[in-house]
Design a protein around this ligand. Structure first.
Ligand SMILES: Nc1nc2c(c(=O)[nH]1)N[C@H]1C(S)=C(S)[C@@H](COP(=O)(O)O)O[C@H]1N2
Ligand SMILES: [Mo]
Length: 529
């Protein structure tokens, strides 16, 4: 009898100790959320630790995550952090039952990780960023101490020990645990609401924007640029399906009314500062530009096309007195900084060589969506996003490539990266089963700022045959193509290659995306029925 009861009691206490750990962890996070509302939403521990984890992720792992989780990579990371924390919380709860102080010390140790991450984030505003993690960890440590105390101490009523059947204060535990859960939930809810409030100002500021008519409108996309072939993406990618690549766990919500952009640094004669309205008041250009990511695999989806409205960046640089290196300028690199501390390095020469490099405020007729960089982002036709397309930009510093390596360059990616000529078969899909007869093979090809001159298709090991090109919108856009294929029954491999406007044909040599973009031909295997 006695043996059975002891075992059951031990089991129950272990379970409740694990629960105490979880409650302590929950309290730590929710209290931290509440404190972060007073400091900065980005200083909350999950955001800070997640951000620090992203920064420390090796280039290969980042690439792997993008390949396997795509745009869900951040959700997977956050889920991973929460599951890991929950497992640790259970272990810490069990530990606390055996050594009460050590358990609480372990909670504080987690707090130290949170503080260190928050304070060392590139967008950190200083030691105050550590406050949410610190206060949260103290709350968690105290709570764990109190709860485990109930599990180890007999209940006392009026100074007399009341040994109930299990020898510990079951009722006291339940009361304390319920109160802690309720208080934590309330703290979390209030914190969330307050943190959401600053985002509301940003949303309101975006809704208040009316984009002025551009002084220099885009040439209309020729009707012949958009082919009507099922399975081919639309020439213009709608904003809500545009690909997204960035390191932001929480999408920055910037209030356009308080936003400022600074231009300064090496070779700048006059430091300049602009408000959002200053930019809207300038002559705006509107341009068709296809953007793509260096992490795009051969045949991959990280490319999209939009019509952008913005201010010519070269004009702003000239006003600041900047000269390109080819005309004796000292700075050869622009470092663009975003509100979340990201840095992207772009050659000054490319921005000032006459191409339509811009600070964009509009995307497909709307103010930039928050995910794509509201209020302002940079764009440079012909360069991969990571060396040109800074979203949520707030600072432009002129410097040299010798003096400074931007974020991705510190992580094994190339300093300079022009977009490689690429082509993709969009239809038929890999392992598709088209019927014998004429099959419309179609896709896109791109070599921004050089243009596409030719696309060729090869069936199995046959000769290269020219595809029919859709009309070219501009050299900065992708180009659609089709190839009516007389398909015969059986398995076949279709391969595509493009030639850019300089006459250079896409190399067959397959390379990885790291360090400066994937090369190689895209092919698709199908079975014709
Ligand atoms: N602030 C900031 N800007 C950024 C990035 C980022 O991580 N942070 N990623 C860059 C990369 S790698 C690419 S490919 C483009 C993607 O832009 P999009 O998300 O609007 O498609 O944004 C660029 N600008
Ligand atoms: Mo990218």
């Amino acid at each position: 009898m006695t043996t059975v009861r002891i075992t059951r009691t031990a089991l129950t206490r272990d379970t409740l100790a694990a629960l105490s750990g979880l409650l302590a962890g929950f309290a730590a996070l929710t209290v931290a959320e509440l404190v972060s509302a007073a400091v900065r939403p980005e200083a909350s521990p999950v955001t800070a630790v997640g951000g620090a984890a992203i920064d420390r992720t090796p280039a290969g792992v980042k690439d792997w995550a993008i390949r396997n989780f795509g745009e869900n990579d951040k959700f997977v990371l956050q889920l991973g952090i929460v599951v890991t924390l929950a497992l640790f919380a259970v272990v810490v709860g069990l530990l606390a039952l055996r050594h009460r102080r050590t358990g609480s010390a372990a909670v504080l140790a987690f707090g130290v990780v949170g503080v260190a991450s928050a304070v060392s984030r590139p967008d950190s505003t200083g030691v105050v960023d550590g406050l949410p993690s610190l206060v949260g960890a103290v709350a968690g440590a105290v709570l764990l101490y109190v709860l485990v105390g109930r599990l180890t101490r007999p209940r006392r009523i009026a100074g007399e020990e009341q040994d109930d059947e299990s020898g510990w204060d079951r009722r006291g535990f339940l009361i304390a645990a319920t109160a802690a859960a309720a208080a934590s939930t309330a703290a979390g809810a209030v914190g969330r609401t307050l943190n959401g409030r600053s985002a509301q100002d940003a949303v309101a500021s975006r809704e208040a924007v009316t984009l002025p008519a551009p002084a220099s409108p885009a040439r209309p996309i020729p009707a012949g640029a958009q082919l009507r072939v099922p399975g081919l993406p639309s020439f213009t990618t709608p904003n809500d399906t545009f690909y997204r690549v960035d390191t932001a766990l929480v999408i920055p919500k910037v209030d356009a009314n308080s936003w400022r952009l600074r231009i300064h640094g090496e070779g700048v004669r006059r430091d300049l500062e602009f408000t959002y309205q200053d930019l809207l008041d300038r002559p705006l250009i509107e341009r068709e530009i296809t953007l793509c990511c260096v992490s795009n695999e051969v045949g991959g989806p990280y490319i999209g096309h939009a019509r952008w409205i913005g201010v010519r960046l070269a004009d702003l640089l000239k006003e600041a007195g900047v000269k390109p290196p080819s005309r004796g300028g000292k700075a050869d690199q622009i470092i663009a900084r975003s509100v979340d501390g990201m840095t992207l390095g772009t050659p000054v020469e490319d921005v000032m060589d006459g191409r339509d490099a811009m600070l964009a405020v509009g995307m497909n007729g709307e103010p930039l969506p928050f995910v794509n960089g509201f209020p302002v982002r940079m764009l440079v036709p012909g360069l991969y996003g990571y060396v040109s397309a800074c979203k949520w930009i707030e600072d432009i510093e002129l410097t040299t490539f010798d003096a400074y390596d931007a974020y991705w360059v510190k992580r094994k990616w190339a300093r300079e990266a022009s977009i490689k000529t690429q082509s993709r078969i969009d239809t038929p899909k890999p392992f598709g089963r088209p019927e014998a007869g004429t099959v419309m093979v179609a896709g896109v090809a791109w070599a921004q700022h050089r243009g596409i001159e030719k696309v060729e298709i090869r069936v199995d090991d046959g000769p290269w045959k020219p595809a029919q090109l859709a009309e070219q919108a501009t050299v900065d856009t992708w180009r659609q193509w089709t190839y009516p294929w007389k398909a015969t029954p059986g398995g076949h491999t279709l391969t595509v290659r493009a030639t850019d406007g300089t006459g250079e044909t896409q190399t067959e040599k397959r390379t990885k995306t790291v360090p400066d973009g994937a090369s190689g031909w895209h092919s698709v295997v199908v079975t014709v029925d």
